[in-house]
Design a protein around this ligand. Structure first.
Ligand SMILES: C[S@@+](CC[C@H](N)C(=O)[O-])C[C@H]1O[C@@H](n2cnc3c(N)ncnc32)[C@H](O)[C@@H]1O
Length: 226
């Protein structure tokens, strides 16, 4: 694992890390609402870059599934995920690869993680191998070269986290997943809920913030053929 993988938490400040789950909750809810898989009752689910496991718990509540698994490089965040998930059918692992799991998952998700991954080609191959035939991987990011705030965000990520942004276009993401063997489709995130205004937001303007959740953030739906 790299230096970044030794991070206890992703943010350098645990309070910011705790706040991320609250900030992401409405976004996760919208994500769940646009996923095409409505019946997950027999599904096993992977959340790659799960942090404290909040998305898995929300999904379990809204679309119950049989077994869930979260992986993240941040060891303290994984400890917290385990504590917060006591009694639920969710397991967690510290790591930067799903390669210990072969044809194990019906559904995989990574929410705002792929822009931090150095070797996207390897990640794409590993995620394909971790899915069962016919399985689907949703990879969501707004950190791509079509984001007008990318340079400002690069500074924030470098200052406040143990990782760095890797510049890629939407086209590059799509081509990389296609080359790995996925059937690739994508959509805009399309979130039209109210966006709170405050002083600790990443966007350089409120206007950009409003456009980000609807038009910039992108959802890749990556299917492993049967
Ligand atoms: C922006 S946070 C998103 C967390 C979570 N998915 C969410 O929606 O709140 C990025 C997460 O990816 C994790 N991460 C970064 N690089 C990773 C890698 N190469 N492998 C696994 N996890 C990684 C970080 O530790 C962090 O928890």
């Amino acid at each position: 694992m790299t230096t970044a993988s030794r991070a206890a938490t992703w943010y350098d400040d645990e309070k910011r890390e705790d706040a991320m789950a609250d900030g992401h909750a409405p976004v996760w809810r919208h994500l769940i609402s646009i996923m095409l898989e409505t019946d997950l009752s027999n599904a096993s689910v992977l959340d790659y870059g799960c942090n404290q496991g909040g998305l898995l718990r929300m999904l379990l509540d809204e679309r119950p599934f049989s077994r869930g698994f979260g992986i993240d490089i941040a060891a303290t965040s994984i400890d917290k995920a385990r504590q917060l998930s006591t009694g639920l059918n969710l397991d967690f692992e510290v790591g930067d690869s799903p390669s210990g799991h072969v044809e194990a998952f019906d559904l995989a998700i990574s929410h705002e993680v792929i822009y931090l991954i150095d070797d996207l080609e390897a990640h794409a191959e590993q995620m394909l191998a971790a899915l069962k035939p016919g399985g689907v991987y949703y990879a969501i990011t707004g950190c791509h070269t079509g984001n007008p705030d990318l340079d400002a965000w690069r500074e924030i990520v470098e200052q406040r986290t143990m990782t760095r942004i890797i510049d890629r276009s939407i086209e590059t993401y799509a081509s990389t997943f296609l080359a790995a063997g996925f059937k690739v489709s994508a959509r805009k995130f399309g979130y039209e809920g109210f966006i709170p205004f405050g002083h600790d937001r990443w966007a350089t303007s409120y206007d950009n913030d409003l456009a980000y959740y609807r038009d910039i953030k992108t959802v890749f739906r990556l299917e492993r053929s049967k």
